[in-house]
Design a binder for this molecule. Structure first.
Ligand code: TYD
Ligand code: MG
Length: 455
């Protein structure tokens, strides 16, 4: 029997199917499955065995490779997140919630790269050119030699880019692009996938750096299929809480540099300003030592960052106690609570637990475990930790403390910011530590006994 060549995919989660149905098995969304037209157009491909391919040239692993040429924007926080500047012929996806400041960031980046001599084109599919110009004026960047277009037709955009041959093209946003060979609506999975594919292929073919802006869904994924993330070389997320002025640009994937690197910005009336010393900023609103407040000495990418963790523990009026986390992983919190209960005999049943990372920062390092445990205990016992102390270390399910990576860097940063002591797992590498009083422990029970005088 001839197999149907039609394929369908879910416009919510990107799962693909070979027949249509009303509800996606992948994510449970209704009416989200659409036919992938255009993508599979053309004659069915011949079996690979039918025709002989030509042989591919092989090289040795030891072949000398010149590092890719890079261009700096001069915005240090951006250049570092890119892995040390913009790589030619690379495709970069910048994702973030609507309104977080992606267009602002990329307009500033465009202007800076243009002023450094890169021929730069900014294509907005969301705003009229006049709006982009007004923003540029507000940012004082209207004299930068950036070429603007307000367009959503992918074919026209690609033709323009072929003609203009820029060094850098910014597409804001990938969800507004419309490929006329794909029948579904702009923003659908098929459209986003087709547009991303064409633009990344163009970047490689013509040696142009292409930046795609992508919106993030409420589930925290770049809307459209995950496959866009696989297509590009670099994926950056622009994060932050709406109510806070801090914005964090985080590399979650980078073929040309370290992932997990962060750049910190502050949203001001005049656009995004670089924050070169984020620890000082994250700790700037910290008051006198209080119960439930702990400073975690973290590492983001290659950089140490100190943040304040705040916990509140209170008797719960509900039959099911609440666990609320902002800026950290809820599952990890449940694990720490379970370890405290099972290994140290400190129950949290019947108590509401709230945990917050101050300043709108998101922490994902396991090394925050001990700081979280300290904040929880401090809140529960209503005892403040010793003043000017930083805490870090990973907690294992057995209650043992595991040394964190880059102990040295964490301690140096803490000392630089005026902290005088640190609580850390035993066994971390601490050669020549900068005058900080180091209090090392090997398990959680020891920590509880020493700091809170209980077991
Ligand atoms: P925008 O870059 O349009 O966000 P996105 O492209 O991610 O949707 O920025 C939106 C917010 O930033 C908007 O609420 C206004 C604020 N903003 C400032 O606070 N200062 C500025 O200089 C600019 C340009 C924007
Ligand atoms: Mg925008």
């Amino acid at each position: 029997m001839a197999k149907s060549s039609k394929t369908f995919s879910c416009s919510a989660c990107g799962a693909s199917f070979n027949k249509w149905s009303g509800r996606c098995d992948g994510c449970g969304e209704w009416n989200s499955i659409v036919e992938d037209k255009g993508i599979s157009a053309g004659p069915p491909s011949k079996s690979l065995g039918a025709k002989r391919g030509s042989s591919v040239q092989l090289t040795d692993l030891s072949t000398q490779e010149v590092p890719p040429p890079r261009k700096m924007s001069g915005i240090g926080e951006l250049d570092r997140v890119l892995g040390g500047g913009l790589v030619a012929a690379s495709a970069i996806l910048v994702g973030g919630d609507p309104g977080i400041g992606k267009s602002t960031l990329l307009l500033q980046a465009a202007a800076h790269f243009a002023q450094k001599g890169l021929r730069t084109i900014y294509v907005s599919g969301e705003e009229a050119s006049a709006q982009v110009r007004m923003r540029a004026q507000r940012l004082g960047l209207d004299q930068a030699p950036v070429k603007l277009a307000a367009e959503t037709n992918l074919r026209d955009i690609l033709t323009t880019l072929e003609v203009e041959k820029p060094d850098l093209a910014i597409i804001d946003s990938i969800q507004t692009m419309w490929a006329d060979n794909v029948e579904s609506a702009p923003g659908s999975v098929s459209q986003v996938r087709a547009a991303a594919h064409e633009l990344t292929a163009f970047a490689k073919r013509r040696g142009v750096s292409v930046v795609l802006v992508g919106h993030v869904t409420k589930e925290g994924q770049i809307a459209g299929p995950r496959v866009v993330e696989h297509m590009v070389d670099t994926v950056l997320y622009f994060e932050g809480e709406r109510g806070h002025q801090f914005r964090i640009l985080r590399s979650v994937k980078n073929r040309f540099g370290p992932a997990d690197e962060i750049g910190v910005f502050e949203m001001t009336g005049g656009g995004l300003a670089e924050v070169t010393n984020p620890s000082a900023l994250f700790l700037s609103e910290r008051g006198a030592p209080a119960a439930g407040s702990v400073v975690f000495a973290g590492i983001e990418g290659t950089r140490p960052v100190l943040v304040e963790l705040q916990a509140l523990v209170a008797p719960s009026p509900h039959s099911q106690a609440r666990r609320t986390v902002v800026g950290w992983d809820g599952g990890r919190l449940a694990m720490i609570l379970a370890v405290l209960e099972a290994r140290c005999g400190i129950p949290f049943a019947g108590l509401d637990v709230y945990l917050n990372v101050a300043g709108g920062m998101k922490v994902s390092e396991p090394a925050a475990d001990l700081a979280v445990a300290a904040a929880l205990l401090s809140a529960r016992e209503d005892v403040a930790l010793p003043a000017e102390t930083v805490v870090f270390g990973e907690i294992s399910l057995s209650g043992a403390l595991r040394p964190a990576t880059q102990t040295e860097n964490r301690l140096k940063e803490a000392s630089k910011l005026g902290f005088t002591s640190a609580i850390a797992p035993a066994g971390g590498k601490t050669v020549g530590t900068s005058g900080l009083k180091l209090n090392t422990m090997s398990d959680l029970t020891g920590f509880v006994g020493e700091i809170f005088g209980a077991g």
